[in-house]
Design a protein around this ligand. Structure first.
Ligand code: F0G
Length: 482
């Protein structure tokens, strides 16, 4: 895409695909949106799709599939054991990652649960560039502790650091000296670091981390769910990768890891997951758990149709046109917001655009859940559904006190090849309107608070009548617009 130069000088993320299957959308009036978000306990996870206009909740399982993926689904080989479809995926994994051992699972968190059950023991530590919600929950459930060893500037909202997902090598050394390598269950790097704004990890950093792991006999695990975005940034931001094709970068990364797992709801644009390994001993250690919790070794809880779609999707991930669409649309959205003074994470990463809710709603304290309040407010004024990635997504300390998140983000995911440019412009326009009227937005408090992963099902209520005030202002400024 970057090779197309426009006469006007404008940079435009030009789509290298055409849309031939579409789904009708609804945009209901603001008063109905108010009723919907109230019924959902101000939690965007609990909204019904029929009430949502642009679903920017996540990129998980909702990326657009290609015609080739759809076609492959028609030739899937259904059988409990020995499916040809499975062997085709296994061969593709070996071709791309150079890893001959592959275990299927129904999605990313299933891989996490199994990896944690096999390798995490009470009192062990899992150092990581940054945790993901489900990863941390599984490690903690098995008695382990997550230690984040990101670089000091990883959490700076506005930055020009190209690889904010890198591990701080000095912190890794200190951690090993303090606890001893024996206490480390495994080291985990998350490609395209989700919770800090889809920020990538450099190949150079992975190489250095791998050397340390090998020297201390520490298992190196890569969460490759967001590898497609990470590869795009390796290729475009890392000088050493500029002349490598995507297959080569992928092979280099995989060569550094002992174990790669992924959610195929993200990587490969289908629905499923799996664990890939170089070593037979690791495969044998993990295998039994797949059969117990997921399904037989040749489907692992997935439909064979999805397995075919994953195989083709992984192959298509090696195409720069394909993996550019997400990051380039995200950059467009972030730059449009920046031009209007809206605080968002920079440099733009993968997965989606991330608004800094603390700066957007600087009059709210973290105890009033600014990112959650912003998610509810944005849905109200636009029908756009984003996801809170802040304090609500954290779990309370064992003593019941609130664990305030490092960052209060409203994530607006851009599922790959799903939205059009005018839809992105609409979202930016409504965000800009909300920013103009941000002082009207108040906080939220829990009315129902689950003890684990509370952001999924928790219900909240506004701390004042701020939503009514927003609706009133919307009608003044935008008349009877939807
Ligand atoms: N790892 C990362 C980096 C993820 O982003 C996710 C899911 C998982 C693991 C778990 O995979 O959903 O297939 O079980 N992220 C989704 C999101 C849920 O919305 O960011 P899963």
């Amino acid at each position: 895409m970057s090779d197309v130069k426009l006469y006007s000088g404008e940079t435009l993320p030009l789509e290298m695909h055409k849309v031939r299957i579409v789904q009708k959308l609804n945009l209901i009036p603001i008063e109905q949106r108010y009723a919907a978000i109230t019924a959902a306990g101000n939690n965007t996870f609990l909204l019904k799709n029929r009430d949502v206009f642009l679903d920017m909740l996540t990129d998980s399982g909702v990326n657009a599939m290609s015609d080739q993926q759809q076609a492959a689904m028609m030739i899937a080989d259904d059988s409990y054991a020995g499916s040809e479809t499975f062997y085709r995926l296994e061969a593709k994994i070996e071709e791309l990652f150079g890893m001959p051992y592959f275990l299927p699972a129904h999605q990313g968190r299933a891989c996490e649960s199994i990896i944690a059950q096999v390798f995490v023991r009470p009192e062990t530590i899992v150092p990581t560039n940054y945790h993901f919600t489900t990863t941390k929950a599984h490690i903690t459930l098995n008695g382990g502790t997550v230690e984040e060893i990101f670089c000091d500037d990883a959490l700076e909202v506005t930055s020009d650091k190209p690889f904010k997902g890198d591990i701080d090598l000095a912190k890794l050394q200190t951690l090993i000296e303090r606890h001893g390598a024996g206490k480390i269950a495994f080291l985990r790097i998350e490609a395209g670091t989700n919770l800090i704004g889809g920020q990538p990890v450099s190949l150079a950093n992975m190489r250095a981390v791998s050397e340390v792991c090998r020297a201390h006999d520490i298992l190196f695990v890569l969460d490759a769910s967001l590898l497609a975005d990470n590869l795009y940034f390796n290729k475009t931001r890392e000088a050493a990768c500029r002349d490598m094709d995507l297959r080569r970068i992928t092979r280099e990364i995989a060569g550094l890891c002992d174990l790669i797992y992924f959610s195929a709801r993200k990587l490969g644009c289908a629905r499923g997951g799996g664990i890939c390994m170089h070593r037979e001993d690791l495969y044998k250690q993990i295998r039994d758990k797949i059969v117990l919790y997921e399904g037989f070794l040749t489907y692992g809880g997935m439909s064979v149709r999805e397995i075919e779609a994953i195989r083709v999707g992984l192959d298509e991930t090696m195409d720069m046109d394909m993996i550019s669409q997400g990051p380039q649309f995200i950059r467009f959205m972030v730059e449009e917001m920046a031009a209007r003074g809206i605080p968002a994470i920079t440099p733009p990463g993968g997965l989606g655009a991330h608004i800094d809710a603390r700066a957007f709603l600087s009059h709210l304290s973290q105890a009033e859940y600014p990112a959650g309040a912003l998610a509810a407010a944005l849905y109200l004024v636009s029908g756009v559904r984003g996801m809170e990635r802040g304090t609500l997504s954290e779990q309370r300390h064992p003593d019941g006190s609130e664990r305030f998140a490092d960052m209060e983000l409203l994530r607006l995911a851009l599922p790959r090849r799903v939205f059009t440019m005018s839809q992105v412009k609409y979202a930016v326009d409504r965000i800009a309107w909300l920013y103009e009227h941000r002082t009207l937005v108040g906080g939220l408090r829990f009315t129902e608070e689950p003890s684990v992963l509370r952001f999924f099902f928790g219900r909240l209520t506004p701390t004042s009548a701020w939503q009514e005030a927003l609706i009133e202002r919307f009608r003044v400024d935008l008349g009877d617009s939807l």
